[in-house]
Design a protein around this ligand. Structure first.
Ligand code: ATP
Length: 236
């Protein structure tokens, strides 16, 4: 299992008490599976991604990434897991303005400490896979929003992570481009056998549903997943 959250509770200080952001949450996402999580503002979606990405340690429960329990690890060990096993795609693309699309990926590979020989070829292949090979030498301001997000996704895939965590990837895109980005992620997840969790407050307008890019849609409210009645099962 690439991601396994078991009985995870996360609280934050709130005045003199604690606010429960995640309330006994369970979530398993296997290789090649793409789960979308939606829910209103404050329901716990970002908290879920932060815990799954080892950026926050839960008060209780377990978080396993690619079979490794993470909650008892040191900060340094968790940072290594993030670097080696997790790809992050954020709402705002965090592309560096002065770098070409190709260099955005090469810099990531360098920071990952991998061998230089495969870098350029691997980066070009990734850009091709996400459909922006022709834009390899362009800088972010020369790319459309959809292309920037595709470069962002390619960058998250450098180093072949086991898990992709994706935060509101379509918020800067129109419906059609948003849907295309989600379908692209679904294709990459299956081709690369990676697990992916996407959170978005708005999936309905893009008609995101099982079989239409994602395998499961989970609804969050008040820090937990709503009952199975509203939770779509994975297709057989
Ligand atoms: N750093 C923090 N300190 C205190 N409370 C927090 C913190 N981060 C989140 N919360 C609270 O935890 C709850 C869940 O927040 P979270 O950001 O996970 O929800 P969300 O569904 O991602 O919301 P949005 O769609 O608005 O980003 C909210 O009540 C929020 O106010």
């Amino acid at each position: 299992m690439s991601l396994s959250l078991s009985n995870v509770t996360l609280t934050f200080p709130d005045g003199r008490g604690r606010l429960t952001a995640l309330d006994h949450v369970d979530l398993d996402v296997g290789n090649g599976s793409f789960v979308a999580v939606t829910g209103p503002s404050g329901s716990g979606k970002s908290s879920l991604l932060s815990v799954a990405g080892t950026l926050l340690t839960p008060d209780s429960g377990t978080v396993e990434i690619d079979g490794t329990p993470t909650t008892a690890l040191s900060d340094e060990q968790r940072a290594r897991i993030r670097r080696d096993r997790i790809g992050f795609v954020f709402q705002q693309d965090n592309l560096l303005p002065s770098l070409t699309a190709l260099d955005q990926l090469l810099l990531t590979v360098d920071l990952g400490g991998q061998k230089p020989v495969r870098h350029r070829d691997e980066a070009l292949a990734l850009l091709d896979e996400v459909g922006v090979a022709g834009a390899a030498s362009r800088r972010p301001h020369e790319l459309s929003g959809g292309m920037r997000q595709r470069v962002n996704i390619a960058r998250a895939l450098t180093g072949s992570p086991a898990l992709l965590l994706i935060d509101e990837p379509t918020s800067a895109l129109d419906t059609e481009r948003g849907r295309a980005v989600i379908e692209l992620i679904g294709t990459l997840v299956r081709q690369r056998d990676v697990a992916a969790v996407l959170v978005s407050h708005d999936l309905d307008s893009m008609s995101v549903a099982p079989g239409r890019g994602v395998d499961r849609v989970l609804h969050m409210r008040d820090g937990h997943f709503e009952s199975a009645a509203r939770t779509s099962p994975a297709p057989a």
